[in-house]
Design a binder for this molecule. Structure first.
Ligand SMILES: [Ca+2]
Ligand SMILES: [Ca+2]
Ligand SMILES: [Zn+2]
Ligand SMILES: [Zn+2]
Length: 165
């Protein structure tokens, strides 16, 4: 989670003023009782009405609550904002916890262009073999998949350039 937090802070620093204002606006609309903190009830209510039900999972709330005081301050909510804006809202297909920095993904499902979603699982479920998936699935961690897809993209663009010559 620490890496996502740092990414979120960097992301926020580079946001245009209007988007920063929007992040503040989201925070205050979540904070129903106006005490400057988002408790679990306010959190779930806000995300449920927004139909972002997977995000309303308490495991994400606990992961966001960096100092473990049972509520989220603005800095902690920025991470939620980043997760929703960047599409980084990934949950373990097996136990439904929020996937933090490192997780495993089925490479076949990942590279299949027409597949609806990727099959991602947390380290615990992968290590403990607590998941069901198709036969012969090859799992890679997310960093490995990222560098592989870059390699594929580079190869593809080389091919296109060769055709043009
Ligand atoms: Ca509050
Ligand atoms: Ca907190
Ligand atoms: Zn899991
Ligand atoms: Zn798969």
């Amino acid at each position: 989670m620490e890496e996502i937090r740092r990414a979120a802070a960097a992301y926020y620093e580079n946001l245009p003023v209007a988007n920063k204002r929007y992040a503040r606006y989201i925070f205050s609309s979540m904070d129903k009782n106006g005490d400057g903190q988002i408790n679990l009830k306010e959190y779930v209510e806000y995300l449920d009405k927004d139909n972002k039900t997977a995000l309303a999972h308490p495991s994400l709330f606990r992961a966001l609550d960096k100092n473990n005081n049972g509520s989220l301050d603005f800095e902690e909510v920025i991470v939620l904002y980043y997760i929703t804006q960047s599409g980084r809202a990934l949950f373990c297909k097996s136990c439904n916890t929020f996937l933090t920095d490192v997780y495993f993904s089925c490479s076949q499902c990942f590279f299949k262009g027409d597949s609806v979603s990727t099959f991602d699982i947390c380290c615990d479920c992968y290590g403990g073999k607590k998941f069901e998936h198709h036969d012969g699935a090859i799992f890679c961690d997310n960093y490995t998949l990222l560098s592989r897809s870059r390699r594929l993209a580079v190869q593809a663009s080389k091919k296109v350039n060769n055709l043009r010559k």
